[in-house]
Design a protein around this ligand. Structure first.
Ligand code: ATP
Length: 336
């Protein structure tokens, strides 16, 4: 478990003081994938780097499995750091070393005996799907393959935690998906705790159990990924969610609307079509679905539909009340 309590990191230059992280408290459970999102400059990298003391916080506490990292120094801190792997957007592979040597290097540096290195590297390269690239150099690999090498290297010494600093931001959407699938597999099979910082909600949606949104060094909202996607409260969180669940209807279409427009949210396995067809059978109203989308948030469906309801005012109200009782959330967008 990672426990951050009142973590603050200030940077002092000659002229001014910059607060990179401002009094952040977070608990990340063992075995979970935790996402931290925010725009550039929000403090995500600084917070992540505080978690393995690459950046020493100005104040606050950082406990990993109950061990207070800020109280450690020298060999003890180096040992504690070995239990925290890290991967980066820019991969940071050694260009003059082969795939095998890049991974073996992490083991050698940790003092692993030579005869244990080869089987361990082979196992890691198999885990990340790179057995056929063992003797190639980084320049011969695609971005996705380079990230796989860096994941193998980060896992070399059996860490308990993997910190990912914008690990997929330099990759195309398909390669991003394959790297996220690999991280998901590692989390499931090795029980590794994974912390991911990103500005892409797609990443959070795919693999994070829980997430936090940062702005100006502070955490402004946190919760399960499903809660955050289905019911965001902060305007910034809503903005991030809209990158995935965008429901702007064209102006021309809005001008033709004569009834009431409602946005229906279906959380989990609620059967949207059956509920909509029920309402049309039970009330003298016409219903017209203008937009509908089902997104899977870590494999759980979240459906949002925009519907025009047309009829006598009392029937329309009654139909909308009926929907309110049956769907997760109803928002009236216009009053017709
Ligand atoms: N070494 C440093 N010296 C001075 N200021 C810094 C330093 N590192 C970060 N900052 C400042 O701290 C704030 C948070 O930066 P940080 O890099 O953590 O944000 P971020 O959310 O990770 O953004 P990005 O995605 O662009 O890296 C910014 O205002 C940044 O300029």
């Amino acid at each position: 478990m990672i426990e951050l309590t009142n973590v603050t990191k200030e940077f002092k230059s000659k002229k001014r003081k910059i607060v990179g992280v401002d009094n952040v408290s977070l608990t990340i459970d063992s075995g979970e994938v935790y996402g931290i999102v925010g725009y550039s400059g929000a403090g995500k990298s600084t917070l992540l780097r505080c978690m393995n003391i690459l950046e020493r916080p100005t104040s606050g506490e950082i406990l990993i499995d109950g061990i207070d990292l800020l109280q450690l120094s020298g060999r003890k801190l180096r040992e504690a750091r070995q239990s925290i792997g890290m991967i980066f957007q820019g991969f940071y592979l050694v260009s003059s070393k082969t795939v095998y040597e890049n991974v073996a290097f992490a083991l050698k540096a940790a003092g692993v005996p030579d005869k244990k290195i080869r089987p361990r590297v082979n196992h890691l390269l198999e885990l990340v799907g790179l057995t056929d690239r063992t003797n190639q150099y980084p320049s011969q690999l695609s971005g996705g393959q380079k990230q796989r090498v860096s994941i193998a290297r980060a896992l070399a010494n059996n860490p308990k935690v993997l910190l990912c600093d914008e690990a997929t931001s330099a990759l195309d959407p398909n390669t991003t998906k394959s790297i996220l699938a690999l991280l998901k597999k590692i989390n499931r099979e090795l029980g590794l705790t994974i912390v991911i910082i990103t500005h892409e909600m797609e990443v959070v949606k795919e693999i994070c159990h829980r997430c936090a949104v940062m702005r100006d060094g502070r955490v402004i909202e946190q919760g399960s990924t499903y809660e955050i996607f289905s019911n965001p409260t902060e305007p910034l969180t809503k903005k991030f969610i809209e990158t995935i669940l965008d429901f702007q209807l064209p102006e021309q279409l809005l001008e033709t609307i004569t009834g009431k427009l409602v946005r229906l949210h279906f959380w989990g396995e609620l059967a949207a079509e059956a509920i909509v067809s029920d309402v049309l059978q039970n009330f003298s109203v016409k219903g017209n679905i203008l937009h509908g989308k089902v997104e899977y948030i870590r494999d759980v469906p979240l459906g949002i539909f925009v519907m025009e309801v047309n009829g006598e005012p009392r029937e329309t109200e009654a139909a909308i009340d009926y929907l309110r009782e049956r769907v997760s959330k109803v928002e009236v967008i216009n009053n017709g």
